[in-house]
Design a protein around this ligand. Structure first.
Ligand code: F6R
Length: 246
């Protein structure tokens, strides 16, 4: 594991964007694994800026996202498809047909999970997977559980996750209580994982994930097994690590 300790969110975003841009410069057809949420928003803005400056093109890139809420159509501003369009895809030259998310409107979970697994398999391995981490240690929407799941699955979102994501909705009761999520398989098989963590409210779970036992109760702990994990975390998120840990 490589740890990049930075001072704040903006520096985290800058360092992350530099790594993504370097990856795409090295391999034009990079398969990007993308996350939603507040954490990668700054990174996405800087990825777009790098293209505007002529430093990079995403025209041959492909992308697969981690998750999507069940029941939300792409036009719904709270859907993850809408988020990705708004925060990244509308601002870069990636081709729309090369961007993929689970289809939240498919109520047939067996069919949708099989479709997304087949799609990800056909594109894999992910060259660079961007991850955030939930307050309960979830990565993608792999919530704390008694076992790890490898493939795409429909998950019941825990109360902590619904509380945390309420900020993207008008009312708490509008937050869907289920979502499709990629499982741990493609994440562990990614050539490189970039875990971004910012803020003191993530400090305890980040420390547990990286130094505690590997357990599905702390889903992010599985990243300890990844052969090419880079963590970019700010001082607040690293506050539970003792000086000189890395
Ligand atoms: C998003 C995702 C989640 C988020 C996590 C952190 O696609 O898979 O695991 O990365 O919930 O969210 P933020 O960044 O909003 O704190």
């Amino acid at each position: 594991m490589k740890m990049i300790a930075v001072s704040n969110y903006d520096e985290m975003s800058r360092r992350a964007a530099e790594l993504v841009v370097a990856q795409v410069q090295k391999k034009a057809t990079t398969l990007l694994g993308l996350a939603t949420g507040g954490t990668p928003v700054g990174t996405y803005a800087l990825m777009a800026e790098a293209q505007r400056r002529g430093e990079v093109t995403y025209a041959q890139c492909r992308s697969v996202n981690l998750d999507e809420y069940l029941g939300l159509a792409p036009e719904n501003p709270a859907s993850y498809r809408y988020f990705m369009q708004d925060k990244l895809f509308n601002h870069i030259d990636i081709l729309p047909e090369n961007t993929h998310l689970p289809n939240g409107t498919n109520q047939d979970a067996v069919a949708e999970c099989a479709r997304y697994d087949a799609l990800v398999d056909s594109l894999a391995p992910i060259d660079l997977q961007i991850l955030g981490m939930g307050h309960n240690g979830h990565i993608a929407f792999n919530e704390p559980d008694d076992h790890f799941v490898a493939g795409t699955h429909l998950v019941d979102l825990g109360a902590a996750t619904i509380d945390a994501n309420q900020r993207f909705f008008d009312r708490r009761e509008d937050v869907p209580c289920q979502a499709y999520t990629m499982g741990m398989g493609p994440i562990l098989q990614a050539e490189q994982v970039l875990l971004l963590v910012s803020g003191d409210e993530k400090a305890e779970i980040l420390h547990q994930s990286l130094t505690g036992p590997i357990t599905p109760q702390v889903p992010g702990s599985i990243l300890q097994l990844h052969r090419n994990l880079t963590v970019i975390a700010d001082a607040a998120a690293l506050s539970k690590f003792s000086v000189g840990s890395f």
